[in-house]
Design a protein around this ligand. Structure first.
Ligand SMILES: [Zn+2]
Length: 286
């Protein structure tokens, strides 16, 4: 691949979305910085875009306001199971990263990246499984309310069910404009994952054709070696194929894609970073 063929990667990132506090098992608080570094080191033309922290009002479009205030005030445990104020503050930036990436993609009709995780288990008024605020649903609702988006797709290919997203769609009556597919709700294992992957372009066409923008959770915990793998059990090569099929199919359908990182728990963390790097390669190759 020659240099002039490389595609610019618009990455909505600020170091404030990372927290240095110990958040236990999940690497998501320090992953953004490492992934952005890895993308740059691989020679991809990363263009860092400005983001801002979301307000209580903005986050509350997808959540109970008392829950939002409780989290940000350190009164309610966040998705990491603590009441840390610095961690809570960083969540206003992770959701801000995703919203900024979503608005830009929608308005400019170009694909963007939000190096974030920890959204899809967060429900309307609860935190769960490393997730506190549902950045996907905050962005979907704000895109409709403030930018008149008509149809938003959420393609969640993390290994686990997007149960928090489903809860938030129901509680906010967003089912009429949000299309949601979650790999983690499917029984996809070694014996049928080749078939699933072959069907992925059709799955995207059937679920998301006509969407103004697609939010893509490019989780890598569906890798066969991940200690938390549930659905998927993909090889490294299959994960690359997955990402490439998402990007090429969305290009064919003219849908800009907002990619985020979602889950990945292999040790050492470099294995997870390498898989997220493959997502960037798939984007370049499609
Ligand atoms: Zn997961």
């Amino acid at each position: 691949m020659s240099e002039q063929n490389l595609k610019e990667m618009l990455v909505f990132y600020n170091k404030k979305q990372c927290s240095n506090e110990n958040v236990g098992y999940s690497p998501s608080a320090k992953k953004p910085k490492l992934v952005v570094q890895a993308w740059k080191q691989s020679g991809y033309p990363v263009n860092i875009q400005k983001i801002r922290a979301l307000s209580v009002e903005e986050i509350s479009v997808a959540h109970d306001k008392n829950y939002v205030k409780g989290i940000l005030g350190g009164k309610i445990k966040n998705g990491f199971g603590n009441k840390s104020l610095p961690v809570a503050k960083s969540l206003q930036w992770t959701t801000g990263s995703f919203l900024a990436a979503a608005v830009y993609a929608y308005r400019q009709k170009v694909s963007t990246f939000s190096p974030t995780s920890g959204f899809h288990h967060a429900g309307y008024s609860y935190a769960n499984g490393f997730c506190t605020f549902n950045g996907l649903m905050i962005a979907a609702i704000l895109l409709k309310k403030q930018h008149k988006a008509k149809q938003i797709g959420i393609l969640d290919l993390d290994s686990h069910a997007g149960d928090g997203t489903a809860n938030t769609i129901a509680k906010t009556n967003s089912g009429d404009f949000v299309r949601h597919y979650s790999l983690g709700e499917q029984e996809i294992q070694k014996h049928n994952n080749v078939e699933w992957l072959e069907h992925l372009p059709n799955l995207i066409r059937e679920n998301f054709d006509g969407s103004d923008v697609l939010f893509y959770q490019a989780g890598v915990d569906c890798h066969e070696d991940d200690p938390e793998v549930y659905a998927g059990h993909f090889t490294t090569e299959q994960l690359y194929t997955r990402d490439k099929l998402v990007y090429t199919t969305c290009k064919e359908l003219n849908i800009p894609v907002v990619t985020n990182l979602a889950g990945g728990y292999q040790k050492p963390l470099q294995k997870v970073i390498d898989l997220h790097n493959l997502t960037a390669k798939a984007f370049q190759d499609s």
